[in-house]
Design a protein around this ligand. Structure first.
Ligand SMILES: [Mg+2]
Length: 267
């Protein structure tokens, strides 16, 4: 895997293609990782760059997040973007709306799992559950080091019987345990779905896709987009399926500003 800016000459040609379909994860990609989800915010410079890019006629931008759709939409607030929430389960943007059908049985299970998890989490300072309606995130970031491993094991023991029966799907992310519906849908499938919607709109079947993310759930997108464009992982990248990496979250601004300049020089 190559450092993105070392391969820039190659990437630059792709970014200069007619139409571009851009996907950015939120936490740890566009926004620095914060102590809690509420505290995370989009830096002003990033907001300006996204706004500027969203005005390019042949660019389409989607924000892909594990957060609930309404939450991530509110964190960014640019009306013309497409927002993909809950790891792809909810998609909404100008003239685009899609939600994956979720059974009532699953939603009941999810609440039962939440109650069980809450009982364990209560004895770990800093741990909390983020209820995102269709999914849950158990956050460990603020728990002390010894507590993290212990709590992670306890949480896994709670969810295991449910996932064995395929009632839920469980995924480990950065300092987080994600509980999702047992459907074959993820950030990768959502990105592919959106690309199919977008291509006729930009009138370019060869429109290039760019996906930038930092977490385990972004790997689903890196895998399916490998032959469709540019995939970039932010930060630790051992075993990642992405083609390129950036060292730190703040380099995402450099990427955005390079794309903005390139696109402006084309138009
Ligand atoms: Mg992330």
């Amino acid at each position: 895997m190559k450092y993105l800016f070392s391969a820039w000459e190659t990437v630059k040609d792709q970014i200069s293609a007619k139409a571009m379909l851009l996907f950015f994860d939120f936490d740890g990609t566009l926004a620095p990782i914060a102590a809690s989800p509420q505290k995370a915010h989009l830096p002003q410079e990033t907001l300006e760059l996204l706004k500027s890019l969203s005005q390019e006629k042949l660019c389409r931008i989607a924000i892909v997040s594990g957060r609930a759709l309404t939450d991530v939409k509110q964190k960014i607030g640019i009306e013309s973007l497409v927002y993909i929430g809950n790891h792809g389960l909810e998609i909404e943007g100008p003239e685009i709306r899609h939600s994956v059908t979720i059974s009532d049985a699953y939603l009941k299970t999810l609440q039962a799992v939440k109650v069980e998890l809450q009982a364990v989490i209560n004895s770990y300072k800093g741990a909390f559950i983020e209820d995102k309606g269709l999914t849950l995130s158990v956050h460990f970031r603020l728990v002390d080091i010894e507590g993290i491993i212990e709590l992670r094991n306890k949480a896994r023991a709670i969810v295991l019987p449910y996932s064995m029966k395929n009632m839920i799907k469980v995924r480990s992310g950065k300092m987080v345990l994600e509980i999702r519906p047992p459907v074959l849908w993820d950030k990768g499938k959502a990105a592919l779905w959106l690309i199919e919607k977008w291509r006729p709109v930009v009138k370019d079947d060869a429109a290039i896709a760019l996906y930038c993310g930092d977490d385990a759930t972004d790997e689903d997108a890196f895998r399916v987009l490998a032959d469709k464009g540019i995939t970039i992982v932010v930060g630790a990248h051992d075993g990642s399926a992405a083609q390129y990496f950036l060292n730190t979250q703040d380099e995402v601004n450099d990427l955005l500003s390079n794309i903005v300049q390139l696109r402006k020089s084309l138009s």
